[in-house]
Design a protein around this ligand. Structure first.
Ligand code: GTP
Ligand code: MG
Length: 225
């Protein structure tokens, strides 16, 4: 069993996208290894935790906020962006309309999160339903490239690339942290140091002032103090 008290950093991630695109299913597969063909729609916001080893000897606790896609919960969802360091933008590869709405989710997230740093990952779900596909891999990739963010396609039903999706965004955040482009800040819960003591950087805020001109793929915002 995972030791929930042994980790180097905590990253807070939020999962957003239209209703029924498979946000909760993605988290359930990732956190519990289970898939349900008939889950309840999310009401407001749900919360999951999982510790992952993103590099040999580096453990990160992922605090995962699962949001409701339904419009009536939108104001609740917005309140959770600000304290997130990563956003998984989800669409359903068998539902073109959900893909066209990703721009709105991206803009909404950017608006709420700035001036804090954030890493985005575009995730196309349900690739086990290949015969019903409406959004090609190329279209997903082109959107991600245009917005300078990472991209992956998954199936929660068959577990395909689910672990990889979370590892991808966690590693990207960690690399930015180590490079000093994201840092631990008081009053912001996106990244927090963990209780492990073997990481020399963990208890001190990282000074990014010397690097604040540079931006990296998928990273938005500037230094907030
Ligand atoms: N075949 C297949 N079905 C999936 C997959 N992921 C989710 N589904 C199905 O899609 C439907 C919606 O899944 P949810 O995970 O509840 O969707 P959601 O995005 O959390 O929806 P809201 O909570 O309403 O925002 C369910 O019937 C799931 O079983 C997948 O990878 N493959
Ligand atoms: Mg849900």
């Amino acid at each position: 069993m995972e030791n929930l008290y042994s980790y180097d950093y905590q990253f807070r991630l939020i999962v957003v996208g239209d209703s029924t695109v498979g946000k909760s299913s993605l988290l359930r597969t990732f956190c519990d290894g289970m898939f349900s063909p008939d889950p309840d729609p999310t009401v407001g916001v749900d919360f999951n935790v999982r510790i992952v080893e993103i590099k040999p000897g580096v453990k990160v606790k992922l605090q995962l906020w699962d949001t409701a896609g339904q419009e009536r919960f939108r104001s609740i969802t917005r309140a959770y962006y600000r304290n997130s360091v990563g956003v998984l933008l989800i669409y359903d590869t068998t539902n073109y309309v959900s893909f066209t709405h990703v721009t709105n989710w991206l803009n909404d997230a950017r608006q709420q999160i700035e001036p804090y740093h954030c890493v985005f990952l575009l995730v196309g779900t349900k690739i086990d339903r290949e015969s019903e596909r409406q959004v090609s891999t190329e279209e997903g990739k082109a959107f991600a490239d245009f917005h300078d963010i990472s991209f992956i396609e998954t199936s929660s039903k068959s577990s395909l690339y689910v672990q990889e999706a979370f590892a991808m965004i966690a590693r990207e955040i960690y690399d930015l942290l180590i490079e000093g482009r994201i840092h631990v800040q008081k009053g912001w819960d996106g990244v927090k140091p963990g209780p492990n003591t073997n990481n020399p950087n963990q208890n001190q805020p990282i000074d990014i002032t010397q690097n604040s001109e540079t931006r990296r793929s998928g990273c938005c915002g500037s230094s907030a103090s």
